[in-house]
Design a protein around this ligand. Structure first.
Ligand code: SF4
Length: 357
């Protein structure tokens, strides 16, 4: 388990909203402010699978731009990008434990093969549709006139029925629970349609998303509603930046199990700690004062933490006693597993601890 002192995290105003981040921004503005500024590394390890997702999106983008034209270039790029990602991870005490990615990323081989299938399709489509004729453009930048909402459309096709905008996804496009296209993708496509109109003065005739399984699904849109989304995004941006300037950072935090589970800034988020409960949907994190540190027979440590009237036991820490802050120190520990006995937890490969000064 990595243990560190909790740093101070400062959020900075946003200059622009990307359609791809609009729903996340609505769900928890603070998380997006901390993530989008990108200056500050998260305080918890990211999932190795998410890294593969980003890699896949990069490869699709490279194919759209014409940097990947055949099988050989595709295989070469995959290996090159994997080794670049692992090189960066090696320098991170939070993430070096997840190397090699082919072992730690869930369904690595399946995702790789699906990515290759999609790229082969894309290469075939580009050859067929004749990029030389100017019928397909990739990575088309669109933005609102005030530049407050903007982003790249993955692919813009010109067909006899009009403009067709396409967005590629590195996973499935469907919401598992409802079996329909994920809301974030629907909103994203509708915003792109409006931004395309604002930039080129013509509405796309069609908008679709293509998932890693090569399945293409159309997203319907009504122009007035798309314009409204852009106006909502601009007003959201203004509202968030005003709150930030007034120093109301915690008013921008909106803790929910779904948002917080994937947030790497939980250690620095007071509102998260005020809101979270022991309900199984919330992340399994514990905070309090160290009351006991005990070596176990298996060579690992067991830690006892007290928080007001609650007592927690965490077993399986592969640290030395010197790593752990002293008895009485405030300490928080993240990404635990839950034992069957109430109040008892165990360390996982994702567990990280922070001492609070
Ligand atoms: S921990 Fe939750 S509430 Fe806090 S910034 Fe992250 S997602 Fe938002």
């Amino acid at each position: 388990m990595m243990i560190a002192s909790l740093p101070k995290i400062i959020a900075k105003p946003l200059t622009r909203i990307s359609p791809s981040r609009f729903l996340s921004l609505k769900n928890c503005p603070l998380r997006e402010l901390l993530t989008a500024n990108g200056k500050r590394d998260p305080l918890l390890p990211g999932s190795p699978s998410a890294k593969i997702g980003t890699l896949i999106h990069n490869l699709i983008e490279d194919t759209s731009k014409g940097f990947i034209r055949n099988e050989e270039e595709m295989l070469e790029k995959w290996e090159m990008k994997i080794s670049e990602i692992e090189h960066t991870m090696r320098k991170s005490s939070l993430e070096n434990r997840f190397i090699p990615l082919r072992i730690h990323a869930h369904n690595y081989d399946v995702k790789k093969e699906s990515c290759f299938a999609l790229i082969r399709n894309l290469i075939g489509f580009k050859q067929y549709s004749g990029k030389a004729l100017g019928l397909t453009k990739s990575e088309v930048w669109v933005e609102s006139p005030d530049k407050q909402v903007g982003g790249f459309i993955d692919l813009v096709r010109q067909s006899s029925s009009g403009i067709h905008i396409v967005d590629f996804k590195s996973g499935t496009v469907f919401d598992e629970q409802w079996g329909i296209v994920k809301l974030e993708y629907v909103l994203q496509l509708r915003m792109y349609a409006a931004l395309y109109y604002k930039k080129f003065k013509v509405w796309p005739a069609r908008a679709s998303v293509i998932g890693l399984d090569c399945y293409e699904k159309d997203v319907d849109f009504i122009p007035d509603e798309c314009i409204l989304l852009i106006e909502q995004a601009i007003s959201l941006l203004r509202d968030i930046n005003e709150k930030l300037l007034l120093g109301q950072n915690q008013a921008l935090a909106n803790p929910t199990p779904n948002s917080c589970r994937y947030c790497g800034f939980r250690p620095a988020c007071d509102k998260y700690w005020e809101t979270k409960s022991e309900h199984p949907l919330w992340p399994i994190d514990v905070r309090g004062f160290i009351s006991e540190i005990k070596p176990s027979n298996n060579g690992k440590l067991t830690l006892k933490i007290r928080d007001m009237d609650s007592f927690f036991t965490i077993r399986g820490l592969d640290n030395t006693i010197d790593d752990i802050p002293k008895i009485g120190a405030k300490f928080s520990i993240y990404n635990l597993g839950r034992d069957t006995v109430p109040g008892c937890f165990y360390a996982t490969n994702y567990t990280v601890g922070y001492g609070h000064n």
